[in-house]
Design a protein around this ligand. Structure first.
Ligand code: ZN
Length: 485
């Protein structure tokens, strides 16, 4: 009997293995057919105007009292003189003093308009890291084939590429059929309340629905997805919401020479440790699953075998992927304690110890759900929990099967030959979330090439874009605008 059982289970394992193998071998590569774009257009692209924009320190400081409005006003002036045709043919509105809204009237007003958006502000350069910059952050230098400067990847490169593309098309006498809006906020790095939120409000007064919008939040990635050598066009079709929870512990305080068994700081630290010891469960949301299925044929056989057989191997695959923090961020709601405070004096017990933990939510998770989970993991009534109002919304998933997405996909394939476009979950917050009431089709994609090293330069040092990559970005927007149905 035992032998027969062994034989049966061996043939079962064999059958499962054969199914897995067959599924891996029959994985169809995801193909986007497109004729390469006419690169003749690139000949006229200059970097001069981008360099001038980079020289203006349009910084969003953490402390609002340190906001300097002058560079923002200079930027408005600069754009007017740098893009004469655009300012002649499009109507411009300055919203809330520093944000800009342009309208390029289409010839067919029955078609839903399209919105290209970006932001004019940049994060400050920490003076402690200034010495790391090989070229000063606000000089707009071109060297070693790169354009250097704070904001060139995030997000001035895209903004200027949009303006260049419109100017270029106007020079060729092009008028869109569909009305095109350009919206550039001035405080994305602070949450967009003064910029994008106001821009969206103005837009809502004249547009009931947009066909789609393109903002930052994805890019052409090279070597940024483990195991995939082919460059990928990461189109963010959703972004993670952020939730901040304050943990606080209160005690009488007193002199540190006679501490209680557990101090407020100790109780708080224990709570934080529990949270880090119990990360949220790993989960393949539909967007991320789709991304991996489309990438699988590009991966080494072992990974392809696993991805083709998620029905069997999903838990294993998830555990494997979670080893890479960049991937893990797309597979779970993340937990990151960021702010801590206790006593201000070495010999005084904290009467109140607080911590703020920043959570980034997978689509489907809610702030209330996160709070409830935190309460049960901490499991300590001495720790008070409070949901802070400083989080960001998110979690809406754009359609990635309709013509709008497929158009974007096709343009990426035309402008970046060899690049595979895939839907993607943006883990940071973007201004795009403020426009979700205007359309479901919110796409986060900057047509700029990033490598792991370039990704680190965003909000870091030596932010830069290769000169030809900027040209491609202009070509991308020009091609997109010209191809709007
Ligand atoms: Zn940005």
């Amino acid at each position: 009997v035992r032998r027969r059982w062994l034989l049966a289970s061996a043939s079962l394992v064999g059958a499962i293995g054969a199914v897995c193998l067959w599924r891996a071998l029959s994985l169809e590569p995801y193909v986007v057919t497109a004729r390469a774009a006419d690169t003749a257009l690139l000949a006229g692209v200059e970097v001069q105007r981008l360099r001038e924009v980079l020289r203006l320190a349009t910084v969003s400081p953490e402390d609002p009292n340190r906001f300097d409005s002058l560079p923002f006003l200079e930027l408005q002036q600069l754009l007017v003189s740098a893009y004469p045709r655009l300012h002649q043919s499009l109507t411009r509105r300055v919203v809330n003093r520093y944000s800009l809204l342009y309208r390029w009237a289409g010839s067919d007003s029955s078609l839903e308009p399209v919105l290209l958006t970006g932001h004019l502000d940049v994060v400050p350069v920490d003076s402690a890291t200034l010495h790391r910059w090989r070229h000063p952050p606000f000089a707009g230098e071109v060297s070693d084939g790169f354009i250097w400067g704070r904001g060139v990847l995030d997000d001035k490169g895209s903004v200027v590429a949009i303006l260049e593309a419109v100017e270029l098309l106007l020079r060729q006498g092009y008028t869109p059929r569909r009305t095109v809006y350009l919206a550039f906020g001035h405080d994305e790095e602070l949450g967009g309340q003064e910029g994008a939120v106001q821009l969206a409000a103005v837009l809502r007064q004249e547009v009931s629905r947009l066909a789609f919008l393109v903002d930052e939040g994805g890019a052409v990635g090279e070597g940024v997805v483990a195991g995939v050598e082919r460059p990928v066009g990461l189109i963010g079709v959703a972004e993670k919401a952020a939730v901040n929870i304050e943990l606080s512990v209160e005690q009488p305080g007193g002199h540190s020479s006679m501490p209680p068994r557990w101090t407020a700081v100790g109780v708080l630290a224990r709570a934080l440790t529990r949270l880090e010891e119990h990360p949220f469960e790993l989960r393949l949301t539909p967007v991320v699953r789709e991304m991996f299925l489309r990438l699988a044929p590009e991966m080494p056989f072992k990974a392809r075998l696993a991805l083709a057989n998620l029905w069997l191997l999903e838990p294993l695959v998830l555990r494997q992927m979670a080893g890479d923090p960049r991937l893990a961020a797309t597979l779970r709601t993340t937990t990151a304690p960021t702010i801590l405070s206790g006593s201000t004096k070495a010999n005084v017990l904290a009467g109140r110890a607080t911590a703020v933990v920043n959570f980034r939510l997978l689509p489907g998770d809610t702030p209330e759900g996160v709070l409830a989970r935190v309460r049960s993991v901490v499991g300590d009534s001495a720790v008070r929990l409070r949901l802070l109002g400083s989080g960001t919304a998110g979690g809406e998933v754009a359609d990635y099967h309709g013509w709008e997405y497929r158009l974007l996909e096709r343009i990426i394939a035309q402008v970046f030959p060899g690049v595979l476009p895939v839907p993607f979950l943006t883990v940071g917050a973007t201004d795009a979330r403020h426009y979700t009431s205007l359309t479901r089709n919110v796409y986060r994609f900057s047509p700029l090439r990033v490598t792991p090293e370039l990704l680190e330069s965003i909000h870091g040092s030596n932010e830069r874009v290769a000169v030809p990559d900027f040209g491609r970005a202009v070509l991308f927007y020009a091609q997109l605008l010209r191809s709007l149905p």
